[in-house]
Design a protein around this ligand. Structure first.
Ligand code: ADP
Ligand code: MG
Length: 607
């Protein structure tokens, strides 16, 4: 029975754009169809590894192209897994692939004049409507008992599904070309397109009996014989990427353990990189045969942005072939692969500063997780880290920061907080600015874990600028002012009670009257992060209020207190704590602050 169904709304929108755009790279429709055929062959092979009930394919796995000039058609035929009626409706009528989903999202955001989006994302199967008046899909699924199906559409808004006539397992997609697309009926042209876009497809791609693609797997070749363009082309084809990679590493190990790997660093951060359920990992091959599309057992989580494949014949699979056995072989490969990846990133950081900066901006927060997660490789990870600092707007690495330490500076200083703007303006930095010492500014949540695990760099301690008392700098006048401020500080502590762990004259301020500093193990920023992620409120940070003995307001308060005029001093003394909290962007007692402020304003206005 024939059934006419509408495309999903997002598909209609996408088709509208595809059909009407004057997209210049129309030839990519062929790449998309061949890539789908190759995926279908992969799926059949993977299913065949564990199942015996699938309908067998006729002949060896292959992809065949057939041009019919009289009918104005091109057929892309495969003997892969096939589609049943339900799957045809689902997969060819809705937005199926994640890339297309991202496309639909971009379309929603940018509206209909989304120029360049097609090239950016690729539109999979729907690309065939760029060149055609009609597309037919004849398929027979390998599932036991499946019936053949015919799916047809002109790409306008609806498609028809009806019983088909295909008698062997697999799919044939017939494209009826538009009158302005007859160039694709030329076999020379088709060969050229396949050679450029589908060269690395793992199954034979045949036209008129001739095999058009490569024999040798790229990763089995000698790295010195593979060109950059080949690496880039392979990346796009094998991993369905639309952009060049930011970099890659290719290596082959022979004895005692044989394996090969080609691993890529993408340019853009995938939107689902942090989704807990998103599948990540590299493809596992054994002697050029795909075993798992995404295996997460070769790379640690903090390298989850890496794409690529590992051909490791000696890794043993469990019976269901779904998970790898955690054998010494696997562990040893994993160890080596991680080291190679980290080493390559270090090289890129040196060779291509601009490229690495972009990579860091996309993946730095992810890579930083490694400092906490991968103790064995911390020394290889630290040279990869880049930081914002008070020295300027550029990203800096620890070697640069250490090299630029000033005389008398014994530690590398850092300050953690909510965002860069607030950090740069923080009163905590006043003394450092005065001395000209560089302070690392850390505003990613993950940074708290970084500094908990990275306590030293190349023999120099990393030290929080917001923790504890700073060293005495032998300034007798300042020390005298501090002494005179002490009784007042004691009184303020009584006044504030448990709101602070202590009050003391400060050595870190030049301009501000007061600042809060950390004393306990956990920084207040860490505490705020834990509260936000609801990981339970660990120990409360014991914070000390430091006051600036040389600030006019503090001097005035010290003298009011000295003269016993505590009634006038009290509201202002309380404001010292409010001020310190405001500077951090987080006030505990908002009601108290507004009351104190309005009283103060009234007084200032002569009320
Ligand atoms: P993607 O390939 O990224 O999933 P496409 O738009 O290219 O997205 O294809 C959509 C879906 O249609 C595929 O995921 C697959 O399920 C199905 N499909 C397309 N072509 C074939 C084919 N030749 N054999 C089997 N299934 C196919
Ligand atoms: Mg596809």
């Amino acid at each position: 029975m024939a059934e006419t169904l509408p495309f999903q709304a997002e598909v209609r929108q996408l088709l509208d754009l595809v059909v009407h755009s004057l997209y210049s790279d129309r030839e990519i429709f062929l790449r998309e169809l061949i890539s789908n055929a190759s995926d279908a062959l992969d799926r059949a092979r993977l299913a065949g590894l564990t199942r015996t009930d699938l309908l067998a394919a006729e002949g060896e796995p292959h992809i065949e192209l057939e041009i019919n000039r009289d009918l104005g058609t091109l057929i892309v035929r495969d003997n892969g897994i096939g589609l049943n009626r339900e799957q045809a409706v689902e997969h060819l009528g809705t937005i199926a692939r994640s890339g297309t989903k991202a496309f639909a999202q971009a379309l929603r955001e940018k509206g209909n004049n989304a120029e360049g989006l097609i090239g950016q994302f690729g539109v999979g199967f729907y690309a065939s409507f760029m060149v055609s008046t009609k597309v037919e899909v004849h398929s027979l699924s390998g599932e036991p008992g499946a019936e053949p199906v015919l799916w047809t559409s002109d790409g306008a808004g609806e498609f028809v599904v009806e019983p088909g006539s295909r008698s062997t397992r697999g799919t044939a997609v017939t494209v009826h070309f538009r009158s302005d697309c007859t160039e694709f009926l030329d076999s020379w042209k088709v060969k050229d397109i396949v050679k450029r876009h589908s060269r690395f497809v793992a199954y034979p791609v045949l036209l008129e009996g001739e095999k058009l693609n490569e024999d040798q797997a790229l990763w089995a070749r000698n790295p010195s014989e593979v060109t950059d363009d080949e690496y880039k082309g392979f990346y796009k084809q094998a991993f369905h990427e639309w952009q060049d990679p930011a970099g890659w590493v290719h290596f082959r190990a022979e004895a005692p353990l044989e394996y090969q790997a080609v691993l890529y660093f993408p340019q853009e951060r995938p939107f689902d990189l942090d989704y807990p359920d998103a599948k990540r990992g590299v493809a596992l091959y054994q002697r050029r045969v795909l075993i798992q599309e995404q295996s997460d057992q070769f790379l640690p989580r903090y390298l989850r942005f890496v794409r690529g494949l590992i051909d490791a014949p000696e890794v043993s699979l469990n019976v269901s072939r779904e998970i790898l056995q955690n054998t010494p072989v696997l562990r040893s490969i994993k160890n080596q692969v991680v080291k190679r990846v980290l080493r390559r990133l270090k090289e890129i950081g040196r060779e291509d500063v601009a490229g690495y900066t972009k990579f860091w901006e996309n993946f730095g927060t992810t890579l930083k997780e490694g400092v906490a997660e991968d103790k064995d490789n911390v020394d290889a990870i630290t040279p990869l880290l880049r930081f914002r600092t008070t020295a300027g707007d550029d990203w800096r690495d620890l070697a640069q920061i250490k090299a630029d330490m000033k005389d008398g500076q014994k530690e590398l200083w850092y300050l953690t907080g909510l965002d860069l703007g607030r950090l740069r303006a923080s009163p905590q930095l006043e003394a450092f600015k005065k001395k000209g010492w560089e302070v690392i500014l850390l505003s990613d949540p993950v940074d708290e874990w970084v500094v908990m695990n990275l306590t030293e760099y190349d023999g120099v301690k990393l030290q929080s600028a917001s923790r504890g008392e700073l060293d005495k700098d032998d300034d007798p006048i300042a020390e005298e002012a501090r002494k005179q401020t002490e009784p007042f500080a004691g009184w303020v502590k009584e006044l504030l009670g448990d709101a602070v762990a202590g009050v003391r004259p400060s050595r870190r301020l030049t301009d501000s009257p007061s600042v809060l500093v950390d004393e306990g193990q956990m920084s207040s920023n860490m505490e705020r992060i834990l509260r936000a992620t609801r990981q339970g409120g660990g120990p409360k940070a014991s914070r000390v209020l430091e006051i600036n003995p040389e600030h006019v307001l503090v001097k005035r308060l010290v003298s009011l207190h000295h003269d016993g005029n505590t009634a006038d001093a009290e509201p202002l003394a309380r404001l010292l704590l409010d001020y310190a909290q405001l500077a951090e962007g987080h006030v505990e007692d908002v009601a108290g602050l507004t009351t104190r402020l309005s009283a103060l304003m009234l007084k200032a206005a002569g009320g």
